[in-house]
Design a protein around this ligand. Sequence first.
Ligand code: IVH
Length: 672
Amino acid sequence: MNLQSAQKRLEELKLEINEHNYRYYVLNQPIISDAQYDLLMRELIDIETSFPNLITTDSPTQRVGATPLTAFDTYSHRQPMLSLSNAVTIEELSAFDQRIKRMLNKPIDSNIEYIAELKIDGLAVSLTYIDGKFVSGATRGDGATGEDITSNLKTIKSIPMILRENSQYPIPHLIEIRGEVFMTHDELRRINAERIDKNEQTFANLRNAAAGSLRQLDPTITASRKLDVFLYASGYIDGEGFDTHLHMLDAFKSWGLKVNPRSQLCQNIGGVKVYIESAGNVRNNLSYDIDGVVVKVNSIDMQEQLGYVARSPRWAIAFKYPAMQETTVIKDIIVQVGRTGALTPVAIMEPVVVGGVTVSRATLHNEDEIIRKDICIGDTVVIQRAGDVIPEVVQPILEKRTGQEIEFVMPDECPVCSGAVEKPEGEAVTRCVNIACPAQTLGRIIHFASRNAMNIEGVGPAQIEQLINRNLIHDPADLYTLKIEDMLRLDRMGDKLASNIISAINKSKNTTLPRLIYGLGIRHVGEHVARILANHYGSLDALMVSTEEELSMIDGIGPIIAKSIKMFFEDEHNKHVISKIKNAGINPQLTVSVKESPFTGKTVVFTGTLKSLTREEAEAKARLFGAKTAGSVSRNTDYVIAGEKAGSKLNKARQLGVNVLTEDEFFNLLNE
Ligand code: IVH
């Protein structure tokens, strides 16, 4: 290749790669595969390696090329980067609207057009383009001068190095474009997992992670973190400006800049309020964080008339949602004992409002978690609630340590029964090993009566605790011995309530088998596993006599679950409680009137995707016809029924010479 043809091909490749970058990173609509893209990049790199003189700063290969800096240069914004005043109530928003009408001499019942936008919780940046070329980028800093982070911004693939020409919106000679650099939840999870592995402190939130990644002196670090950008304002413009904010966003889009797709034109402040409500509803489903909604007067003319106060424009306001993260102080760490004997440390905190809810306690899960997060009593910590999720301690703020903090120590005996505790090698959880520990008894009965188990209405933790303290119950089965007189001994209990509770207890006798199995509180047996067991065995009696081997053959039951089930039913105390439950008249069965068929007494294995039934349904059907079902193929298997995309089990069946049937053949045989 000679210099001339290299130059020509280089230009073609740069154009083509930039186009694909735009489609992939800005539009989210790639038209070639990653492999095809890599091929183009490799060709570009090859030519640039042979002809280094041809490398230009706007080449796609130069996004991560810069050498680490020792410090950032300062950068003077040509037009200051402002902040926004806040509204936290709808009344404050209405006041903003009225103020604007007053200043513009508009009637109070007139309509002002607004653009409502998500307030992205990231890091504000300013990008400068001269004649359509990205020349520099900076942080906000104090609004007048920021830090020059050009090399780092170049690593963000959704920032175009060259703006796309567009006949409707001529590109100004020089334009400062403002926006927000942010990170997604997925990316933060990835980075934090990596940091945990390396024993580094994790980032508390997306904003810190984005800021920490962008303000790196070594751009290769920035490049290794997936950052993204939304552009939403302009600064200084040398060239033609815009008449409305909406047209500005439109122009940005046409130039290949990434604009948030949820910005919306509202005819008046009423429309803005609707937007705020619906944005609040989607807030927890976005892949990035928002902390509010920014409301802007659409007309640039009006914006200019309204002007600025101090450092905020009068034509815009930020409506802030309640913060999902707060800081508070851990006053103490107590230890609770659950139904499985697990000792769970719980942080008792100075009450604080997070996302609109007052929070004063949060589980710390286990000792390892406390060590990993380096949490001490007395620490100032970041806590968060995500949606309806229970509050969580994210991390301590190490800068706030005074030296007075106290390290948490797991007690070496059960804080409830003073019995021995155990922390098996390799496990995170410390357990009280005393099966008769009152805390475990309480936990087991609460679980038994709970909504997804026996669903006994009116019997919650408070009632159960009193029943135990008054020696009225000692295990779940004792609930069925209770009489109205017993209930009347509890606090705040009247005749009506007592009799309602007794009927609720009686009603629960008609429960289903999966609920009963789940309610027993066998370790590792949640609702899903309970359903599998119920379908497989059809009765508690059948389940109780199953062997560990048989259990672990069932699809969805691994060796740990199998072992735990076996241990549970071998325990004398558990056997005693179960016989009491059965004596109370609780013995749900799955209807299994077994029919004769060619499969009676045979072991069958289903594999692959079936057309007409789920695997579990097919297995239940086979059992109804007398078959034994298993999850894996062995010499004992009589038939393998293979659906579509059957893999290793089918191969094994062929190796062992086991009969293989198609789904249709299986049903035909059943029908015979
Ligand atoms: S407009 C003159 N729009 O919020 C108006 N700001 O407190 C300049 N922000 O520093 C800002 N999303 O970092 C605007 N859609 C959006 C925004 C937004 C997030 C941030 C920005 C700014 C801060 C204002």
